[in-house]
Write a protein that binds this ligand. Structure first.
Ligand SMILES: Nc1ncnc2c1ncn2[C@@H]1O[C@H](COP(=O)(O)OP(=O)(O)OP(=O)(O)O)[C@@H](O)[C@H]1O
Ligand SMILES: [Mg+2]
Length: 284
């Protein structure tokens, strides 16, 4: 594994980031010797090779790598949707799996956002957002109040009573983020959440997710195919090798946060993008 940490002159040291004060140092997610093989009729697919990774509290981690290298598989293992074939996943210091059972306390810490918003078409936006709270038996007034507060946070105030089909793709994705935040998870797992959006909406969503991350103090693990998106958002970029996925390199991105779009035109930013692109191309 090559570690590129410090390969690029940081604009400010990581410790000087403008962030919610009181950031603690513990690890929020740990993969310890995690591996995944899928059993299929023709044999077995080795999707993810033994991987160790520690994600710190309030860190913004981006997983980047060629198609099919195991990014979604890693995210699904972090979320408890998929059990590793070997190794251990720890969330907030707790083992996510106890045999075939998942630790419910660890699960409470996780919110998930996928590429498609996956809203229920028969529920209004506010009811979609409030659904996780309903499942947790939070009373109606309280959960709708929370849904309205979250609509404000993600910028869709005024659309609470609308149906998902009446919203644009970007707005639906904002609603999906609000739903994932409804129960105040400490960790947000996002699998190409903006992959289906046009370039301008995507830029806007990148600014939004940065703002939400900084104001909520949560930890984010974010999967993308876009190198500029990765460099714009990440504290650390984990570059994965082709299948079976393993960590190829880790790049620390030390630009001060919050970042604005103009940073993308800076030579330092473009250097990092170019160097990651070269690494990806070299993998073939
Ligand atoms: N349920 C499954 N059964 C069998 N093979 C699977 C299963 N899920 C994923 N795979 C295989 O595991 C490998 C990794 O898949 P994964 O979806 O994690 O890749 P990815 O990096 O997210 O790709 P993409 O960038 O295209 O989304 C692929 O070869 C895929 O075919
Ligand atoms: Mg994927």
């Amino acid at each position: 594994m090559t570690t590129m940490s410090g390969a690029h002159p940081p604009s400010v040291p990581t410790s000087a980031k403008v962030r919610t004060p009181g950031a603690s140092t513990g690890n929020e997610i740990e993969l310890v010797g995690v591996e995944k093989r899928f059993e299929i009729t023709e044999g077995s697919v080795h999707a993810v090779a033994r991987t160790d990774l520690a994600v710190g509290q309030r860190e913004f981690i981006v997983l980047l790598g060629p198609s099919g290298c195991g990014k979604t598989t890693i995210l699904r293992m972090m979320s408890g949707l998929l059990q590793p074939s070997a190794g251990m996943v720890k969330v907030g210091g707790r083992d996510l799996w106890r045999g075939a059972q998942r630790d419910q306390v660890a699960l409470q810490n996780l919110g998930i956002v996928f590429q498609e918003a996956n809203l229920f078409p028969w529920l209004s936006i506010e009811k979609n957002i409030a659904l996780p709270l309903k499942l947790r038996r939070v009373d109606k007034a309280q959960r709708l109040a929370k849904a309205h507060e979250l609509c404000k946070l993600v910028g869709i105030t005024g659309f609470e009573k609308r149906w998902p089909r009446e919203l644009s793709g970007g707005m639906r994705q904002r609603a999906a983020i609000a739903r994932a935040l409804s129960y105040d998870p400490q960790i947000l797992l996002m699998d190409e959440p903006f992959g289906a959006l046009d370039a301008m909406t995507r830029d806007q969503m990148n600014l939004e997710i940065q703002r939400i991350w900084m104001s909520s103090g949560c930890t984010i693990v974010f999967v993308t195919h876009s190198i500029p998106e990765a460099v714009f958002l990440a504290d650390r970029i984990i570059l994965l090798s082709p299948r079976p996925g393993r960590i190829h390199s880790i790049t620390e991105i030390s630009f001060e946060q919050p970042r604005d779009m103009a940073i993308q035109t800076s030579p330092e930013f473009q250097d990092i993008v170019r160097s990651l692109r070269r690494e990806l191309e070299a993998m073939g």
